[in-house]
Write a protein that binds this ligand. Structure first.
Ligand SMILES: NC(=O)c1ccc[n+]([C@@H]2O[C@H](COP(=O)([O-])OP(=O)(O)OC[C@H]3O[C@@H](n4cnc5c(N)ncnc54)[C@H](OP(=O)(O)O)[C@@H]3O)[C@@H](O)[C@H]2O)c1
Length: 240
């Protein structure tokens, strides 16, 4: 594995469960982390803002790059929580629009906005986040909505990998059940019942996933391109 010492990493959704864990793990590996988000961030970012679009994405990333230097890596973790209120009980079409705006449109516009600000000397990389069931599916409205959005992110990321590779690497993280904010909001009995259905018998811990993400960032170039990394303890393997 290569050294990440001194490399510049941009992270969206930096104040979330995975974002905080990744920020800590990347900093421990010597990376200079630039955090984007609605809280605990160096740069404010609200992907649901109706006024936020391509020009705003370009200006935001340019401002950050001018200060921190070009980015060696960029991880799009920002994702809408439609499992919690107030979004949980909103109409299906509203949830779809919100998820599309934050997860899909946000990931696509930021992935493209960072391209001119990636380190021209290295082999920079973009990691986008999907979901382990995005392509296998999950029954129910939440499964339908998340699968649609996260499968779109996979399709976009693989296409971008073809557009900008091999110099720029674009890959996808597909976590399963991770114990972050929504999981922590559940009653203990419900959280345990869900864990019993997971192949590992427990929720994935954000710190464990963050360690894997940092290890992926440190991998040699020319090995992974346009890949989807399933970080779910084998939940989508199928079988008995
Ligand atoms: N946890 C899981 O089981 C799981 C499984 C598969 C995929 N994922 C994906 O992994 C990513 C991180 O999730 P997490 O578990 O860390 O959840 P989380 O703790 O809810 O974090 C989500 C992050 O996205 C940010 N965000 C939400 N709406 C936003 C908006 N309109 N504009 C900008 N940022 C916004 C949140 O900001 P605030 O802090 O301000 O709310 C937060 O930083 C998400 O894309 C999620 O879909 C999670």
């Amino acid at each position: 594995m290569g050294s990440l010492q001194g490399q510049v990493l941009g992270v969206t959704g930096a104040g979330g469960g995975l974002g905080q864990a990744l920020t800590a793990a990347a900093a421990a590996a010597g990376m200079q982390v630039v955090r984007f988000g609605r809280r605990d961030a160096d740069y404010a970012l609200d992907l649901a803002d109706p006024a936020w679009g391509e020009a705003e994405a370009a200006a935001l990333v340019a401002a950050a790059a001018a200060r921190a230097g070009p980015f060696d890596a960029w991880v799009n973790l920002a994702g809408a929580d439609i499992l919690s209120e107030p979004w949980r009980s909103r109409p299906y079409a509203d949830r779809l629009e919100y998820l599309w705006r934050v997860d899909v449109r946000g990931t696509m516009l930021l992935s493209r906005a960072v391209l001119p600000h990636l380190n021209p000397r290295g082999r920079p990389q973009i990691l986008n986040v999907a979901w382990d069931r995005a392509c296998t599916g999950m029954a129910g409205p939440f499964g339908e909505l998340y699968a649609a959005a996260k499968a779109a992110i996979i399709g976009f990321s693989r296409s971008l990998a073809l557009s900008v590779g091999p110099r720029v690497r674009v890959n996808v993280l597909a976590p399963g059940w991770v114990r972050t904010r929504w999981a922590d909001s559940l009653p203990e009995a419900r959280r345990r019942a869900l864990a019993a259905r997971m192949r590992a018998g427990r929720w994935q811990e954000p710190a464990d996933l963050a360690a894997v993400i940092v290890a992926l960032l440190a991998m040699p170039p020319d090995v992974f391109q346009g890949q989807v990394f399933y970080l779910d303890g084998g939940d989508v393997l199928g079988g008995g």
